[in-house]
Design a protein around this ligand. Structure first.
Ligand SMILES: *[C@@H]1O[C@H](CO)[C@@H](O)[C@H](O)[C@H]1NC(C)=O
Ligand SMILES: *[C@@H]1O[C@H](CO)[C@@H](O)[C@H](O)[C@H]1NC(C)=O
Ligand SMILES: *[C@@H]1O[C@H](CO)[C@@H](O)[C@H](O)[C@H]1NC(C)=O
Length: 319
């Protein structure tokens, strides 16, 4: 205690001496200015986050008007925090019975994409059945389908359809009439043809991933329960929201880097029907807490939700 007081006195004495030099005086002013600036921006950066948290906690069915949230921030800081905002509220839900027709009308000019499949240019280039997935048969699928009894499932990240066809098999065995929407750009990832997928055909730079996925669905007689939504996850989820197409069960398994996962989870949660369940793969990966897990945990924290873990999968109940 005594030491501490002595030190304070010494500091006070020496600073009085320093203040006699104008150059030092100016430096101290600049230092104070910088400190003030830093603490102000620190304060601002916390403010919108807590506003978002508060707003989302108050309306857990995620239909909060994000314009209001942005407006409640002050000045430029609310724009800086756009990473918490994912568009405006979704349209009212279309009935489950109309989901398939809505997608056919909006995306495929009212005609099933399986009609006259495969097209002439794909003859002889597709395998009768070519499926490969990761963790696609995990017990979590059956558990959640039994629990939620979904009329609509939205899958974000499909690739060759391993988990989609697995889920379609489960729902039909359980006597459910479930429509599964498969969002994927069906491009794989840059360089994926170099490895064990070199057997997937490519024509003039166009890889036949969509067609091979559709062929798998056709082969398994699942064309009535599975529809592709062949666009990027961000664009597709925004449109489903705009059209009022919601899922009772939403599976997120697309890009595994933090930014992709963060965007997918936020957008996917908007099209989760209140009371539904959202889940995804690769909670534990070599990316550890830098990719999917960080995004999932941050999302749960911001929204006051709880993450449950089932094998490699994360699960979030919306109620
Ligand atoms: C959101 O709130 C803003 C400002 O109160 C309002 O102008 C706008 O119409 C609202 N949007 C929706 C979709 O409710
Ligand atoms: C969409 O369907 C209408 C009739 O149902 C048809 O006239 C039109 O050519 C179709 N458009 C495309 C791009 O296939
Ligand atoms: C699909 O249906 C056809 C006839 O409707 C049947 O012959 C075939 O075995 C079925 N395929 C599978 C994989 O169930």
């Amino acid at each position: 205690m005594k030491d501490h007081q002595n030190r304070q006195i010494k500091v006070a004495n020496s600073s009085r001496k320093w203040f006699t030099k104008p150059a030092v005086y100016v430096s101290v002013l600049i230092l104070f200015y910088v400190l003030g600036y830093l603490s102000a921006s620190c304060f601002n950066s916390q403010h919108p986050t807590s506003a978002v948290t508060a707003a989302l906690t108050e309306s857990p069915n995620h239909l909060s008007n994000t314009t209001d949230i942005a407006a409640s921030g002050t000045g430029p800081s609310s724009a800086e925090h756009g990473h918490n905002l994912f568009g405006s509220r979704c349209a009212g839900p279309v009935s489950s019975k109309l989901v398939r027709q809505t997608i056919l009308d909006r995306l495929f000019n009212g005609t099933s994409p399986y009609e006259n499949f495969p097209p002439a240019q794909a003859f002889g280039l597709l395998k009768t059945k070519r499926i490969k997935g990761w963790g696609s048969n995990g017990a979590v699928f059956e558990k959640l389908i039994r629990k939620v009894k979904p009329r609509t499932i939205i899958e974000v990240g499909t690739f060759l359809g391993a988990s989609a066809t697995h889920m379609a098999g489960l729902t039909s065995r359980l006597g459910l009439k479930t429509q599964i929407l498969c969002i994927d750009d069906f491009r794989g990832w840059p360089g994926f043809l170099d490895g064990r997928f070199r057997d997937i055909a490519m024509l003039n730079g166009d890889v036949f991933l969509l067609y091979q996925f559709m062929q798998n669905v056709v082969y398994l007689n699942l064309t009535e329960s599975i529809l592709p939504v062949p666009f990027s996850t961000g664009a597709a989820l925004e449109k489903l929201c705009e059209w009022g197409v919601f899922g009772d069960l939403v599976e997120v398994d697309a890009g595994h880097d933090f930014h992709s996962a963060w965007s997918d989870i936020n957008r996917a949660y908007k099209v989760l029907r209140p009371g539904g369940v959202i889940f995804g793969h690769d909670y534990f990966t070599s990316a550890d807490n830098k990719g999917v897990r960080r995004a999932v945990n941050l999302f749960a924290r911001v929204n006051g939700l709880r993450v449950k873990v089932d094998g490699q999968h994360w699960v979030i109940d919306s109620d």
